[in-house]
Design a protein around this ligand. Structure first.
Ligand code: ADP
Ligand code: 5GP
Length: 194
């Protein structure tokens, strides 16, 4: 897999609920060239999620079949469900000369980083505190209480991986965080065009 022409590939990771999906969507809305890589998952859709937009939802045996057929660049088991980035989705975006946003966890980031030919920009988003993270997970109101507490439990372990990233940005005020992420990716884009 190689970056086609001037495309950049940005990974956004964070403890669950810190705001990476919100930020990715804002970038995609403002910059038409940035497209979010739509992952495959065995997790059940949340009430507001749309097939092919938020995820490709599939059964565990279907996911495992794709793993066997080597269809993923990376895949991981997270909170009891499987998630993966399909090669086809990424290659289609690169073929169209899009810039790509990956909303994936630290395990996927490690696997993608093994592809040395990729020009990845890795950003880790932090919540201002664990209390605020809990509030956001509850306010999102899309997951059952036991799912929320499972996600909160992995907070410290998630934090331990922030050193694997090029940038760490705190999402306290959404607009401020968005501007910071925007600045990083515009600078990275400029570097590639130099
Ligand atoms: P993630 O993708 O990291 O799991 P989301 O983007 O789904 O997180 O955000 C979790 C919840 O927090 C959502 O309800 C979102 O609207 C909210 N949120 C995101 N950023 C902020 C912020 N800076 N301040 C307050 N709430 C936020
Ligand atoms: P959620 O269930 O909240 O949508 O996502 C849970 C976690 O899975 C988040 O950390 C998200 O970034 C991660 N994730 C989503 N898609 C992928 C993927 O394709 N690969 C990996 N490794 N992680 C993913």
């Amino acid at each position: 897999m190689v970056n086609k022409d001037d495309s950049i590939m940005v990974i956004l990771s964070s403890p669950s609920g810190a705001g990476k999906t919100t930020i990715s969507k804002k970038i995609q809305q403002k910059y038409q060239n940035f497209k979010i890589s739509v992952s495959h998952t065995t997790r059940k859709p949340r009430p507001n999620e749309v097939e092919g937009v938020d995820y490709f939802f599939l059964k565990e045996n279907e996911f495992k079949e794709k793993v066997k057929d080597n269809e993923f660049y990376e895949h991981a088991k997270i909170f009891g469900n499987y998630y993966g980035t399909s090669k086809k989705s990424v290659l289609d975006l690169l073929r169209n000369k899009n810039d790509i946003l990956f909303d994936i966890d630290w395990q996927g980031t490690k696997q993608l980083s093994e592809h040395k030919e990729l020009k990845l920009t890795k950003i880790f988003i932090l919540p201002p505190s664990k209390e605020e993270l809990k509030k956001r997970l509850i306010q999102r109101n899309q997951d059952k209480p036991e799912v929320v507490s499972e996600r909160l439990k992995s907070y410290e372990n998630d934090l331990a991986h922030q050193n694997d990233y090029d940038f760490v940005v705190i999402n306290d005020n959404l607009e401020t965080c968005f501007k910071e992420v925007e600045k990083i990716i515009l600078l990275e884009k400029e570097k590639i065009l130099e």
